[in-house]
Design a protein around this ligand. Structure first.
Ligand code: ADP
Length: 474
């Protein structure tokens, strides 16, 4: 059965308290009993000592009048009161005893008797003398000539101790029951207080959905464990909110981008339909429509690429890719375009470098960067390409002398659908997806893509990719 943390906390708290109370009661009772017995032993041994000097005559004969109590009273007065006194002959037979023993005698075990014969004094607790246990000292009496003449036993009832222990046990039981009840209630309350922030976190987390991702958990004490948990959850919600907004933005942008060519297409078709037999006009409309379809095709292809890369992250093909070879191929493809646009494009340096990854994507990365450089560089400008290794990375740079990018636009150019100049960009066929695809490709290969640009004087895009460990078996 699963118990709540609150129940468990209370249970452990109460259990710990009960165990502590038991330990305390045990230690307290033990110490008290020790003190009590020590004091009793002192008292009975002093009586026994006095007896040892009284009941023996200098000749070594025992002095035991018939009225034993009388002599006890005369010599010891009240000090004997409450003590059981008994004198035994050297054979262990009782020769005199105090009247308070009535029909009882203080028992003497074989061990105690043998110890007395050996001259040792023994202490023990005996029962069966009245209702209460009795602490007894057994002391041998020796005469310098006659040897052992008698054994004196003095006992003191432990009635007082027994009563104290009964009362103590009673008090302890009441105290323990009361403490456990109070501790359970206090523990239950304290556990609730301590766990209240957790309930708040649960409630807030339960409330948060797509429509209120801006909500946050209130943090009363940020430094404690719960405060740290709450701020971690808050950070997580913040990240969720950010990616959720990005998805929303992306969907809105994608729909917008696709809607524009569709609207244009529809308009053109309607006009064409109304133009009756003007074949030239119809041809022109079809040409323009094809351009819009190409544009839509381009957008959809890029969107699919991005979606695919999002899904594939971490599961890229790992192939040996000769970057210098890819660069040479892509350069060949774009050389014609550069010539037609009146731009000088050249490879300044191309080191033979190998990276590990997806050849199609890496080729797309190089192509997009070169294509952009050509798109955003006016006639007469130049595009320079270098492929080098720096700090264990393959570094591909595309420097152009084109239009450049303003400081304000620079932080956003890698965002999906971001275009600096929408009119110009759409004229050159862009939809603001090329650079985000490039960045995604670089990062999914463990690399980076940066840009440095000055408005009006050109840009440099730098892709850094980790070099392949050619010794590894890929
Ligand atoms: P697009 O497909 O519109 O070119 P990109 O994502 O490739 O989209 O580029 C985003 C924006 O960055 C472009 O609209 C363009 O304004 C700017 N840009 C990209 N490359 C260059 C460059 N080499 N020189 C100047 N501006 C550039």
């Amino acid at each position: 059965m699963a118990f709540s943390i609150r129940t468990k906390l209370t249970f452990w708290y109460v259990t710990l308290l009960t165990v502590s109370l038991f330990a305390f009661a045990g230690a307290f009772s033990y110490s008290l009993a020790k003190i009590f017995v020590y004091r009793t032993d002192n008292q009975i041994s002093s009586v026994a000592n006095m007896m040892a000097h009284t009941v023996i005559k200098p000749s070594g004969q025992l002095f035991l009048p018939r009225d034993f109590d009388l002599i006890l009273g005369r010599f010891f007065g009240v000090r004997t009161a409450g003590n059981y006194i008994q004198v035994l002959d050297p054979h262990g037979d009782v020769v005199a005893k105090s009247s308070n023993l009535e029909s009882f005698t203080l028992p003497i075990t074989k061990d105690t008797y043998l110890s007395a014969l050996g001259g040792a004094t023994s202490y023990e607790v005996v029962r069966k003398v009245g209702r209460y246990p009795v602490r007894v000292v057994t002391m041998p009496i020796f005469h310098h000539d006659k040897g052992l003449v008698a054994i004196v036993q003095v006992g003191s009832s432990l009635e007082g101790m027994d009563e104290i222990f009964h009362s103590l046990a009673y008090i302890f039981v009441i105290l323990m029951v009361a403490s456990v009840v109070i501790a359970s209630a206090v523990g239950w309350f304290l556990a609730r207080k301590a766990l209240k922030p957790v309930s708040e976190i649960t409630n807030t987390a339960r409330r948060i959905g797509a429509e209120n991702l801006n909500e946050r958990i209130n943090i009363a004490v940020p430094q404690d464990e719960i405060g740290k948990l709450a701020s971690t959850i808050n950070e997580m919600i913040m990240r969720l909110e950010k990616s959720f907004r990005q998805i929303q933005q992306f969907t809105a942008d994608a729909s917008h981008e696709l809607k524009t060519p569709l609207t244009i297409l529809k308009g053109e078709m309607e006009i064409a339909l109304r133009s009756k037999d003007d074949v030239e006009f119809m041809k022109e409309t079809l040409r323009s429509s094809l351009e819009e379809i190409d544009r839509m095709n381009y957008i959809v292809k890029n969107l699919l690429d991005l979606a695919k890369m999002d899904m594939e992250s971490g599961a890229l093909p790992k192939e040996i890719v000769k970057l210098d070879k890819v660069l040479a191929d892509r350069f060949e493809q774009l050389r014609r375009l550069a010539l037609d646009s009146g731009i000088r494009m050249a490879i300044l340096r191309s080191k033979p470098l190998i990276v590990c990854g997806d050849p199609v994507r890496l080729s797309q990365l190089l192509f997009n960067l070169m294509d952009n450089a050509l798109k955003y560089t006016p006639k007469g400008g130049e595009v320079e390409l270098t492929l080098d290794d720096e700090d264990g990375k393959a570094v591909f740079r595309v420097r152009d002398s084109g239009v450049g990018i303003s400081k304000e636009d620079l932080p956003y150019i890698f965002d999906r659908f971001y275009r600096v100049d929408k009119v110009r960009s759409s004229k050159v066929g862009g939809a603001g997806l090329g650079l985000s695809i490039c960045k995604e490709i670089a990062e999914s290969h463990g690399g980076t893509l940066d840009v440095q640009s000055t408005l009006g004087s050109g840009s440099t895009f730098t892709a850094r990719l980790p070099l392949a460990d050619t010794s590894a078996n890929i």
